[in-house]
Each structure stands twice: as C-alpha cells, then as structure tokens.
Design a binder for this molecule. Sequence first.
Ligand code: TYM
Length: 336
Amino acid sequence: MENNTQPKKQRMLSMIKPTGQFTLGNYLGALKNWAALQEDYQSVFAIADLHAITIRLEPAKLRRQTLDAFAILLAIGLDPNKCTLFIQSHVHQHAELAWILNCYSQFGEMQRMTQFKDKSKKHADNVNVGLFAYPSLMAADILLYQADLVPIGADQKQHLELARTIAQRFNGIYGDTFTMPDGYFPKVGARIMSLQNPEEKMGKSDSNENAFVRILDKPEDIMRKFKRAVTDSEAKVYFGEDKLGINNLMTIYAAVTGLSFDQIEHDFDGKGYGDFKTAVGEAVVETLRPVREKYEQLMTDKAYLESLYRQGAQNAAAFAEKTLQKVKRKVGFVAR
Ligand code: TYM
C-alpha cells in the first residue's frame, strides 16, 4: 500500500513531574500505557519540570531528579525513534501558551480543582499563583501538540476535563484551533493506593518510606514493603467493601500479572495474607527488575541522554511553534 493511503496516526501526549522518585503507582497508572501505546500513536512525552516548581525543591535535587526521570522513561521502554521525548522547560512554547490560556480560564474553575485544594492544605505556607494556575499549563502541554489521547491515572482526570473546557471555550470564540483530547485510563491500576494507608493514593513524596514502592527500589525493599502492607484481620483474599488494603494488593497483582480478580481469589483460596503478600511482592520485583537494570546502564552514559533530550526538544518545539503561531494570530497579536 502507498504510504499516503494509510490512515493518519492519532496523536498522544502525556507528562510526569520530577518531584520525587517515580512510584509503582506512576508505573501502573500511566507509564506502562505510554510504552504500550507508543506504537499506535504519534506520541509526545515529557518531564514536567515547570509543574514541579509549584512546590519548593532544592535546585540540585530538581536537576538530578529530572535526569533520573528522563532515564527511567527510556528504561520503561519509550523508544526515541518512535516518540518525541523531552524536558518541558526546554520548549518555551509551553509557558507562553499557558499565559494565553490563563486569560481563557476562570478563577472559579481553578479554585474547584481538588489537587489545588489538597496541595494548598499540605503546603499552607506556599500557596503560590503557579500552584493555582497549574491546570492551564497542563492544558497548554496537551493542546500545543493537538493531542487526541492523554494516558493518565485517575487523579489527573479533573485536570484533563478542565483542559477540554478551555479548548472548547477557545474554539468557540476563534473557530477550530485545538483538538479535543480524550483521557485514557488503565482498566486496572488507574488509582494505586498507599501501602500504609489504603485510603490515600500512593504518592512520590509520602514521608513514610513503607507507603510506596519506587520503580528503582531494590528487590529486598520491595518485598519488605509488601510484607508490611496494611490489610485487615479477616485473612481471606477477596475483593470486598471493607478490604481497602487487600483490594489495593489485588489491583497491583492483577495489573502486573494480567490475572482477573476471580482467578486471584481462586488461586489464594485457603491461603493466608502472608503467602499473598509474598506473591504480590515477587511479581512486582520481576516486573521492575528489567527497568532498574536498564536505568543503571543508561545512567553510565550522560552524553547519550543529553543528545536525546536535545533532539527531543528540537522536534517538540517545531510542532509546538505551529500551534502557538496559530493561537497568536487568532488572538490578534501583530506578527513579528
Ligand atoms: P504526576 O507526575 O503526579 O504523575 C504522573 C502520572 O502518574 C499517574 N499516577 C498514578 N496512577 C495510579 N495510581 C497512583 N497512585 C498514581 N500516582 C500518579 C498520574 O495520574 C499521572 O498520569 N499534572 C501531571 C503531569 C502533567 C501532565 C501534563 C499529564 C503535566 N502536564 C499533560 C498529562 C498531560 C502530574 O502531576 O502527574
């Protein structure tokens, strides 16, 4: 078949903040899908370092975590020959479009964001304007690349919906400018919970080390964290209303093995939580082992990483600039 008769690939975009070491939640909720879908979409992925500074971070730490994050994205299987991979602050169009979109976002809309409310409470001494306007920068990330699909975990759904509202509003005023993006959520694993408090999501910056598993954790640490995971006193493995801890472990196990909940219940019938926790830990260790090994190998060649993120930023900027020019023209800015 001729190339030009092939259907045009849809576009996909997603990003991750380098605010701590990536967790199993990030992996199962988002990164796993990025790697799986990159074949089928024209894909754009980035490290959201502009978003990261809404929380105060030590400069050396931010720099190290950003490079670490870049290597992890390669280690989970993103292929720079198949997708565009870059660092958000290297592509100035993001901040520029975000400003414009701020002027098409309503104060009340931003104020209603649960992440804003949660983070304002958590960092009460630093409720900065960036934290408030965070969703319009995220909308800019998505809309600059005319993304059709945004693979994310459940906690980012509200932000994606706001991006759609902003796009719709802008398109309504100026005519078709932005593609309307849809979210893509994993069937199991869209919301992985803390191993110590299964009512809260597993986060990168939890002060309790045993609450989250890092993608780069050593096998013995992963096993320890699962063995200490908070459960209930019933000692029967099934998915149930008052079994948040077990539900979370079952979700993790299902996501890494591909087994159904029914199958898991059947396999662990008559066995205790000890056996189940060991099985979950071992399955996670085996899933993450190749990622950690690839990461360690990649970190020995910083020049290679640098060449990749430079090239990635160049490719991203070329596309982003086209959208930005279109937006500027529509808004009424004088062409330079
Ligand atoms: P971030 O950095 O908090 O998380 C990155 C991705 O991981 C998902 N995730 C989870 N999924 C399941 N269970 C969990 N416990 C869990 N924790 C995190 C998140 O849903 C996310 O998909 N604002 C975004 C980054 C961003 C972005 C974008 C995303 C910036 N610009 C444009 C999509 C499109 C964030 O803070 O993700």
